[in-house]
Write a protein that binds this ligand. Structure first.
Ligand SMILES: NC(=O)c1ccc[n+]([C@@H]2O[C@H](COP(=O)([O-])OP(=O)(O)OC[C@H]3O[C@@H](n4cnc5c(N)ncnc54)[C@H](O)[C@@H]3O)[C@@H](O)[C@H]2O)c1
Length: 285
C-alpha cells in the first residue's frame, strides 16, 4: 500500500485516484476546481479518497499539504491543459503551468523529495514528426501556451531534480480517451477522440481541419491510469512517451463513423509500457 498525493483531480487524476483506491492505496486528490467541479469527486470521496482544495500556485499551501500527507509519491497532473483556454486566458495558463510547477517542485524538494510523476505531452516534440518518435527526440516548435509550458515544466523539474537529487518521471501523454470518474462536457476541454465519437453518435460529421492529415498519439484512460499508477520513479530524471498507437485525425473520424480507416500515420511512438486498449475497438461501440 502506498500513500499517493495527486495534484489535479481532473480527467486523468480522478482515474488514477480510482485505480489507486482499487489497489488499496491511500489517496489524496487536490484541485482548485478550475476545470473540475468538487462534486464530481463525491464518489471517490465516498470510497475513501481525501479530496482537498489546493491551488498549486500557492507554494505555502503545497508545502503544508506535503507536510500533512507525507506522500510516498506525488503526481503532478494539475494544469491549465486546454489549448483554447490558453488563448483566452494566457496569464492563468502561465501562472499554473509555469509558476505552479516550479512551486510544487520547490515544495517537494523542501520536504525531502518524494518521487514525482509529471504529466507532460507528446506535443513537446512539436509538429511535422516522422519516423519512430522516442523520448530522446529534441523539443520542437510550440503552437500554444498550454503546450509550450510543458517544455518549461519538464526542464524546471529536471533542474530541481539535479539540484536536490530528486526522482522525477516525465510522462509525455498522447491524447487520452475513454470514460472516467471525471469527464469534461465543455467544448474547450474535450479532446478529439471522444469529441468525434460523440458527434458520430449524434449523426453529425466530425470537423476535419486540414483534411484531418495530422497524426496524433492516443492512449485509453485505463492504460494511462495504470501506467501512472505503476511507475515508481528512481532517483534522477526519466522521460517516457505514453501512447498505445498513432493515427491520423481523419482515421479517428473514419473509425467513429464506422468507415474503413485509410492509414498513413506520419510517425510511430516508441513506448516502454504495455497497452491493453485499442482505439478501433473503442470506437466500434
Ligand atoms: N487528457 C489528455 O488527453 C492529455 C494529453 C496530454 C497531456 N495531458 C496532461 O495531463 C494532465 C492531466 O490532464 P487532464 O486531461 O486530467 O486535464 P484536466 O483539466 O481534466 O485536469 C487538470 C486539473 O487541474 C486543475 N487545475 C487547474 N489549475 C490548477 C491550479 N492552479 N491548482 C490546482 N489545480 C488546478 C483543474 O481544475 C483540473 O481538474 C495535464 O497536465 C494535461 O496537460 C492530458
Amino acid at each position: 500500500m502506498a500513500r499517493l498525493l495527486i495534484l489535479g483531480a481532473g480527467y486523468v487524476g480522478a482515474a488514477l485516484g480510482a485505480r489507486a483506491l482499487d489497489a488499496g492505496d491511500e489517496v489524496v486528490l487536490a484541485d482548485n476546481w478550475y476545470a473540475t467541479q468538487r462534486t464530481e469527486l463525491d464518489d471517490l470521496a465516498a470510497r475513501g479518497a481525501d479530496v482537498v482544495t489546493l491551488d498549486i500556485r500557492d507554494g505555502d499551501a503545497v508545502d503544508g499539504l506535503l507536510r500533512a500527507t507525507a506522500p510516498d509519491r506525488v503526481h503532478l497532473l494539475a494544469a491549465q491543459a486546454s489549448r483554447p483556454l490558453s488563448v483566452s486566458d494566457p496569464d492563468y495558463t502561465e501562472e499554473t503551468n509555469v509558476t505552479g510547477v516550479r512551486r510544487v517542485v520547490e515544495a517537494v524538494a523542501g520536504r525531502g523529495g518524494p518521487p514525482l510523476v509529471f504529466a507532460s505531452s507528446l506535443h513537446v516534440y512539436g509538429p511535422g514528426l516522422s519516423g519512430e518518435v522516442a523520448a530522446d527526440r529534441p523539443y520542437g516548435a510550440q503552437g500554444d501556451l498550454a503546450h509550450l509550458s510543458k517544455v518549461y515544466g519538464e526542464l524546471c523539474l529536471a533542474l530541481y531534480a539535479r539540484r536536490h537529487g530528486l526522482a522525477v518521471a516525465l510522462l509525455r501523454l498522447g491524447i487520452v480517451y475513454g470514460p472516467g470518474p471525471v469527464t469534461h462536457q465543455r467544448a474547450e476541454s474535450q479532446t478529439v477522440v471522444d469529441k468525434f465519437a460523440g458527434l458520430a453518435e449524434a449523426g453529425r460529421p466530425p470537423p476535419l481541419d486540414d483534411g484531418g492529415t495530422a497524426t496524433i498519439g492516443v492512449v485509453h484512460l485505463d492504460d494511462c491510469a495504470r501506467i501512472l499508477h505503476e511507475l515508481v520513479p528512481a532517483p534522477g530524471v526519466v522521460a517516457h512517451d505514453v501512447a498505445a498507437q498513432t493515427i491520423t485525425v481523419a482515421d479517428v473520424a473514419a473509425l467513429a463513423q464506422s468507415r474503413e480507416p485509410a492509414g498513413g500515420a506520419a510517425y510511430t511512438v516508441r513506448s516502454p509500457f504495455t497497452y491493453t486498449r485499442n482505439l478501433a475497438e473503442y470506437l466500434a461501440r
